[in-house]
Design a protein around this ligand. Sequence first.
Ligand code: GLY
Length: 365
Amino acid sequence: MDVIVGGGVVGLSIAWRLARAGRPVTVVDPAPGRGASYAAAGMLAPVSEVTYTEVPLLRLGVASLRRWPGFAAELADDAGLEPGGLDLRSDGTLDVAFGADDMAVLDEMAAYLDKLGLPVERLTGRECRRLEPMLAPSVRGGLLAPGDAWVDPRRVTAALLAALERRAVPVVRERAAGLLHDGDGAVVGVRLETGGELRAERVVLAAGAWSTELAGVPVRPVKGQIMRLRSPQPLLGRCVRGAVHGASVYLVPRGDGELVVGATQEEMGFDTRVTAGGLYELLRDARELVPGVTELEVSDVVAGLRPGTPDNLPLIGPSGTQGLVYATGHHRGGVLLAPLTTAVLMGEESELAALCAPGRFRDFS
Ligand code: GLY
């Protein structure tokens, strides 16, 4: 049996893929679907989230985005949902600019992405507003990444739990307090907080920011505060983002009128408090992009912990300790990278697997 420690979008996806392949599997998590996946906006946006130094991450993201439509269709079917039940949408991301400096940054980014074979469309302010009439009049231009997509992570985790239930996969709602080792140091299961034990041929550590507590993985919590607003009609037709006051803010619309505004990036350890300052900054910056956001009802505020690694790439694959596999450290891309993570663990992506191999950090442990 495989034990998956962690019931976020990554851990549940792995459990689901293993169960579909006929492997006995058990998930351990005190509150499945309520960690970072619950806070996440669900941007499947490898192109608009790219930075100049992160081509390997871009490659992983593009490969995983390609897998998302098939993954969503299979999952919806397995969970007994309508085909569109996960609210997967692929109308692209519009990155907007206000001043000459921002415009120059977008121009450079467009040239860079073009060189990588990922074409984007350069738009004037008027063209941006034609696409998104609620944008501020001060928007001077933008970059449309037409292939970027997004999904509702809360629906994804609910669907994964439903699919696991239909396949009779046990989900143990407890914290894994430690790993069990045999006399040779191999991992042979997990110890539960209440004193019980689960024996396993393989333990897959997918506990996000908490992975470090169990196995000393080089993963740290990166706090993100995020806000959900609500309007009777969707305010935007696609994801909109932009840099305001030096920080990036994004707005992700859902079909039911929800608008997700995210997210802070804070190095605060295991702190999940929602603060007045965090919410103020999100709203202040979102209002610069789309002034109408201040009219909307606030429906939810939450803070989650992204599992950051020293190189921002995830750790997926054998840990170096027999019986222990890592599927953690997805930082800002857990939802995007979930299909790819399962593919790497199922041996379907050998070339990309090398980019995420945990062995690159062996000196840390
Ligand atoms: N992927 C967006 C974020 O982590 O805020």
